[in-house]
Design a protein around this ligand. Sequence first.
Ligand code: HEM
Length: 295
Amino acid sequence: MEQKNIQPALFSPSRPFGQTLSFSIQAGRKAEDLLDTISGCFDPDQDLIGLGEPLLRLFPRSVPGLSTFPSLSGTGFSIPATQEALWILVLGKDRTEVFDRTRVLTSVLEHVLALRDTMETFVYDGGKDLTGYIDGTENPPEEDRPAVALLDGDEGLAGSSFVAVQRWEHDLTHFRSRSSDEQDAIIGRHRTTNEEMPEAPPSAHIRRSARESFSPPATLFRRSMPWARGDRQGLEFIAFSRSLSAFDRILRRMAGLDDGIPDALFSFSRPVTGGYYWCPPMRNGRLDLSWLRPE
Ligand code: HEM
């Protein structure tokens, strides 16, 4: 799928290694300098860039539909918001490529932005979550992804997307202490066959998140990647959509805020970051930021 006004990493085939970076704005920096620095360092071959509300609020024109990530509480767990000004996903065929690109990016951006968080990500066992379940089965088919993920409308907005980014930390020791039937009931699929469980309990993740559970349907294009650092690990959940309300509605239902039934995922995993970002479109091989600074 190649469309010239879309950041290519949005739809490109997955690459085995990644790194997420999020930044806040250094005090006193001018809005124009920030945009020039960000667009100047963007490499469409490796980077996917999203701008958060703290950055976009520096401009008189807002991006319709963008909000700040909400902080929520469920029964016995919290869902934190760690909204930053800029989020970048660097992708590569190996760690060398990701490392080298990240060094270049951070050395340019450090003049105007402060690096707040980084996480190395990777494709695990051909596209599974670290629990061993295939992640992405019910993603929309390729031909439907632009309609799910891309904004249309005026130049400067068309071809852009919203991304929800949420790091989950798994307690794999606890997960693996459960029987395989219990594990399947948490996800709602059989790990060995990837078949959906018709008898999955209402707390099963797929029962909480399936698009048909929402009216209007809530559809995301998910491109999550596992992460592991020292003895901690989990999933860097990354999902694109033309409207952040799709993610918001699914998350609230997962938290049990609709009907009091929390997602069984919370029995072994918990969210530790959360941010919403606007991924601008492209024009002539560069980020198109004309929506923020119309001529
Ligand atoms: C610990 C974090 C998470 C894990 C390990 C996880 C894993 C999975 C797995 C294994 C599936 C089944 C296969 C598939 O269709 O991809 C799935 C489905 C899905 N997940 Fe998650 N997920 C997580 C968090 C989330 C979050 C935060 C959301 C959105 C707010 C979400 C939305 C969905 C959706 C929409 C589906 C498809 C459901 C269907 O139509 O059957 N997931 N996830």
